[in-house]
Design a protein around this ligand. Structure first.
Ligand code: ACO
Length: 331
């Protein structure tokens, strides 16, 4: 039996920085409100014509370089995104072509903020059974082209940014390294508490001028409701990761949570009685990049040497669906 070890990470954000003050010019909001309620100071937006696969390509190149591998070494691609370049085909195949990787399988995963952790589960299991040696797992999002920049959309729009993060998992026979556990959950009861209802294949036509004029194609969220569930589920699923593997929080070097709102993560830390230096947050600089948040944060944690070889980390997320998950790993 193999284990899936993290051997390379990388991330990429587009060059255009959008501060809270930039958003103040577009809608009735303020730097003070955004920082106080979310912890966000700035985020990055793409230029027109740049898609999730372009951001993923840059992040993947960096992850491959840090792993000392080449695109031809990749045996499988898993691409998590809620903002694929096109309705179809998926962004995974576009990434395969951009990287000039071999004709390997390329799977798109559509589980929003939890998409990267769902993707790690797929990669981990494929490696454990010996099907693949090197798997590229990417989370990439372009939100900026799909947000409502009027005051009506301010609760959602100020939160999101564009970006990509990538991880290379490699099969190892080392017993004390790699992904230890993956716990995934969903509850579709609350699908409409955080969603983009239009365009919809349930409707003929899938979108109308009226729907576009009314802004019904923009993401909608019941923020306080999502907030409450996020805190509860993230605490639960971190505890489950610890219990399953026979660890306590004292054994953990770093919790790397999804970056939806700094206050959510602070509340999770408070409920767990987790010391501040054991949770990594970078939402101030990137906003919520959905499937990309965890691989971006993981790359930073490794680059800043906040963790070392042999350390236990727990990655945890909650998002639209609802979906939530945790992944425990030894570096
Ligand atoms: N600027 C100024 N005022 C605003 C803004 C804004 N950008 N957005 C909302 N407000 C106003 C509201 O209109 C409201 O005004 P009112 O009191 O006059 O009605 C007031 O601020 C308070 O609104 P709330 O929604 O209660 O504010 P809250 O403190 O809950 O913060 C937020 C809103 C930031 C959206 C928060 O609820 C949140 O982060 N929710 C969870 C987000 C999340 O976890 N998403 C999941 C991941 S995303 C994914 O999966 C795709």
């Amino acid at each position: 039996m193999y284990r899936a070890k993290i051997v390379g990470t990388g991330f990429y954000v587009p060059p255009r920085v959008i501060t809270n003050h930039d958003l103040e010019k577009l809608m009735d909001t303020s730097d003070e409100w955004i920082q106080q309620r979310t912890g966000i100071k700035e985020r990055y937006y793409v230029e027109d014509g740049v898609g999730a696969s372009d951001l993923a390509y840059e992040a993947s190149k960096r992850a491959l370089e840090s792993a000392g591998l080449k695109p031809e070494d990749i045996d499988f691609i898993v691409f998590a995104t809620l903002s694929p370049d096109y309705t179809f085909p998926g962004s995974g195949v576009l990434l395969q072509q951009k990287l000039s990787a071999r004709h390997v399988g390329a799977l798109d995963v559509r589980d929003q903020c939890t998409g990267f952790l769902y993707s790690l589960m797929v990669a981990d299991n494929a490696i454990r059974v010996g099907q693949y040696k090197n798997v590229l797992v990417v989370g990439a999002e372009v939100h900026s082209t799909g947000l409502d920049y009027s005051t009506e959309g301010r609760d959602v729009t100020v939160l999101f940014g564009d970006g990509a993060g990538a991880v290379i998992l490699t099969a190892t026979e080392e017993k004390d390294r790699g992904i230890l556990s993956t716990h995934l959950y969903s509850d579709g009861t609350y699908a409409d508490r955080l969603w983009a209802e239009w365009p919809s294949s349930r409707r003929l036509p899938r979108v109308t001028h009226k729907i576009l004029e009314e802004g019904k194609h923009f993401p909608k969220m019941d923020g306080p409701f999502v907030f409450k569930h996020a805190v509860r589920r993230m605490v639960e699923v971190i505890k489950e990761a610890l219990d399953t593997n026979g660890y306590t929080l004292d054994d953990v070097a770093m919790i790397i949570p999804h970056q939806a709102n700094l206050r959510i993560n602070q509340m999770v830390a408070r409920q767990l009685k987790l010391p501040e230096n054991k949770m990594y947050n970078n939402i101030d600089r990137y906003g919520n990049t959905t499937a990309a948040t965890i691989p971006i944060a993981l790359t930073e944690v490794l680059e800043k040497e906040l963790v070392k070889d042999g350390d236990l980390i727990i990655m945890v997320s909650f998002g639209a669906g609802f979906t939530w998950a945790s992944v425990a790993a030894i570096l």
